[in-house]
Write a protein that binds this ligand. Sequence first.
Ligand code: AHG
Ligand code: MN
Ligand code: MN
Ligand code: MN
Length: 287
Amino acid sequence: MAQLSGLAGSSNMTGDDQKKLDVIGNDIFIAAMKSSGRVKVIVSEEEDEIIPCPDSPHARYAVACDPIDGSSNLDAGVSVGTIFGIFKLAEGSKGTKEELLVPGTELVAAGFTMYGASTQLVITMKGGSVNGFTMDNALGEFILTHPDMKMPKKRAIYSVNEGNSLYWEEPVKEYVNSLKYPAEGSGGKPYSGRYIGSMVADAYRTLLYGGIFAYPADKKSPKGKLRILYECAPMAMVFENAGGQAVNSKMQRMLTVIPESIHDRSGIFLGSYDEVQKVIDVHAKHG
Ligand code: AHG
Ligand code: MN
Ligand code: MN
Ligand code: MN
């Protein structure tokens, strides 16, 4: 009705065709960050360069955001969301791009929203717990509905785009096959497959039910598809604080990975502690 579906006719730095709502969401998010007076500089998926906030010269925070995650699903009415990571800048910081090329361990807060059957907000602070909120439309407030979220240590659910199997490295193929075809006599049952294609929705389900989400780097995308600053690192912080694990395609702890540019990408395995450990163990066998 409001003509908000479909493409905006432009593309972003990582080559995504921008949907109208990508652009609208980006503008709304930037306006809200600027009007808070607390943000000195913003990184957005939809902006090639960093966005300085000159009206907040003494602000100490930098925000990295994915205004609309899962936007390829928008026209199909599937859940999408917003992902954000917050850094605290040093005293006298100039808010330069280089100051944002830091590991996720530097994040002071991170989280995401999911606009689905209900509107959810999941947020965590450095070294803190993970808390989930649900928007009460009558009040216009987020209500604490999921205090101190802790992930199941394991769960037989895997979430990966198997359409990329042709491009996967050997250890990834072996790992996924071990879930689908449990070894004879292991007594194991095949895992369930669940893939929504919006990271926020796949992540939220994995956070609540347990299991593993993966977007491996592969022969088609050697650096992976998901962006470190505003997808991989914030989600890794949430999952670690909820008792899970997150590693990249080199099996390095995701939160230690330093982006080479503000839109740098990484492979990622994100999920229940024991499920990610299985990925690490299979890769260790391949040396
Ligand atoms: P975005 O919509 O912010 O560009 O992110 C899309 C990402 C992520 O949401 C999802 O996990 C992944 O793209 C899905 O990629 P495929 O369609 O290649 O599976
Ligand atoms: Mn995109
Ligand atoms: Mn995204
Ligand atoms: Mn996006």
